[in-house]
Design a protein around this ligand. Structure first.
Ligand SMILES: N[C@@H](CCC(=O)N[C@@H](CS)C(=O)NCC(=O)O)C(=O)O
Length: 206
């Protein structure tokens, strides 16, 4: 059976939700960062990591989501097959990987972004992260002004990809999502989805 290696609350939540939307059998294996189990499948020690039946391993959330949406076209999660629909999916996947996700790193791990050891230096990095994450959530908010889901073609793996980051924004930014009402609306729309609730409960260990 295909297997997803995940850590609760991490960006692996995205393919976890996508697998549930798809509805085909899969295993979900909870791992801890730095564990031998995770390093054996991904030398970067990162989640998500996805393993196919035959042992083929795929890393990078964007690549896993794209693969799943194309492996299961019946689930209708790719955002569309036209040249431009594919380019839009690629564009937003890249935005989530490189811009929005990356903006949270200074907040999660400020010590990776300064050689200074003081609390004040680390706090300054966290504040810079808040500023950057807010900027990127603003970009997402503008996209959602005109439609309910990120891609014009309706709900897609790209929405699942955004979901963990939107939750980080709600929890970690001083104002939460108050300045991003369309992002909040997407959050709420996904939150009420039974598949999303099922995965959140699993990740919470319920
Ligand atoms: N570019 C990778 C990033 C993966 C990543 O760094 N995931 C985080 C969790 S959100 C992680 O596993 N961090 C562990 C670490 O950095 O040590 C992707 O998009 O899959």
């Amino acid at each position: 059976m295909p297997t997803l290696y995940y850590a609760p609350g991490a960006c692996s939540l995205a393919p976890h939700i996508a697998l549930e939307w798809i509805g085909a059998p899969y295993d979900a294996v909870k791992v801890t960062f730095g564990s031998k189990e995770l390093l054996a499948v991904n030398p970067a020690g990162a989640v998500p990591t996805f393993r196919e039946d035959d042992g083929w391993l795929l890393t990078q959330a964007g690549a896993i989501l794209d693969y799943l949406s194309r492996k299961h076209p019946e689930a209708g999660l790719s955002g569309g097959d036209s040249l431009r629909a594919k380019a839009e999916a690629h564009r937003w996947s890249a935005f989530l990987t490189s811009d929005l996700h990356a903006s949270f790193w200074p907040i999660f791990m400020p010590s990776r972004y300064t050689t200074e050891k003081t609390d004040a230096a680390r706090q300054a990095v966290v504040l810079a992260g808040h500023k950057l994450a807010s900027k990127q959530l603003g970009v997402l908010n503008r996209q959602l002004e005109k439609q309910e889901y990120i891609l014009e073609g309706g709900r897609s793996v790209i929405d699942a990809y955004a979901f963990p980051m939107i939750r980080w924004g709600a929890k970690l930014l001083p104002g939460g999502l108050q300045d991003f009402r369309h992002v909040q609306a997407l959050h709420d729309r996904l939150w009420t989805d039974p598949a999303v609730q099922k995965i959140l409960a699993r990740e919470a260990g319920a």
